[in-house]
Design a protein around this ligand. Structure first.
Ligand SMILES: [Zn+2]
Length: 234
């Protein structure tokens, strides 16, 4: 019996015994894979081009000289539905929520008409990847890819250093430290050169991680970098 069939049957039985409830508000949701109810999705504030948080974050990224543009969908609000979704995705193993976020983000790409050659999720250090079992940014990237048909590449960029808390460092030291944390995999430079690359993360706050990845890719010859995240946080 195919594994997928067994898994689907197991989900159906579980749904029958424990009727599924929304991860954010605990309201009942229809059986199936939907784990967040429609009204919770609708309750999350959307990013718009005139939203001050969007303008400020975009400015911070563009000023770095490494990033050309920013596409984000939701506003991260403490105790809001997005925080519940992000938490379930990151810490409770709800991988499918990442794909769902990505599909919604992919629609935003269609709306703003932003395009690219390749989607690269911000890589996790392999130690973190082992702990979590998956990279949440990669799940989001796959959702974006389903809508936009832009391929996901996880073999081009890697995190070489486990970044520790940087609170004791100066801004300049922090920047250097972050930049040294990523590298284009040896032998993959030709797949980066001249390309427009869309970097995908779950949440962008300071943008330091995205800028460090962008700098690494630009040094390897990437033409344009578009930063993208499911949400922006202040
Ligand atoms: Zn709900």
């Amino acid at each position: 019996m195919p594994a997928r069939f067994v898994r689907n049957a197991a989900y159906a039985i579980l749904d029958f015994i424990f009727p599924p409830s929304c991860l954010s508000c605990a309201a009942m949701v229809p059986a199936g894979r939907q784990r967040v109810c429609d009204s919770c999705w609708d309750s999350i504030e959307r990013v718009s081009p005139v939203l001050p948080l969007y303008i400020e974050t975009r400015e911070k990224l563009v000023v770095s000289g490494e990033v050309e543009s920013l596409v984000s969908l939701f506003v991260f609000e403490k105790e809001g539905a997005f925080q519940h979704i992000a938490h379930a995705l990151k810490y409770n193993g709800y991988e499918s929520l990442g794909v769902e976020l990505g599909r919604r983000l992919g629609e935003a790409f269609r709306v703003v008409g932003e395009e690219g050659d390749v989607l690269i999720p911000i890589p996790l250090h392999k130690r973190k990847l082992r702990e979590r079992g998956y990279n949440q940014a990669e799940r989001i990237a796959h959702g974006v890819s389903m809508v936009t048909s832009i391929p996901v590449r996880t073999d081009l960029l890697r995190r070489t250093r486990f970044t520790q808390s940087q609170t004791t460092l100066t801004l300049e030291e922090r920047k250097k430290n972050m930049e040294a944390a990523f590298e284009v995999r040896p032998g993959k430079e030709d797949d980066v050169k001249g390309r427009t690359i869309i970097l995908i993360d779950d949440v962008i706050t300071t943008g330091a991680t995205i800028v460090a990845c962008a700098a690494t890719l630009r040094n390897a010859g990437a033409l344009r970098i578009v930063a993208s995240s499911a949400a922006l946080a202040s």
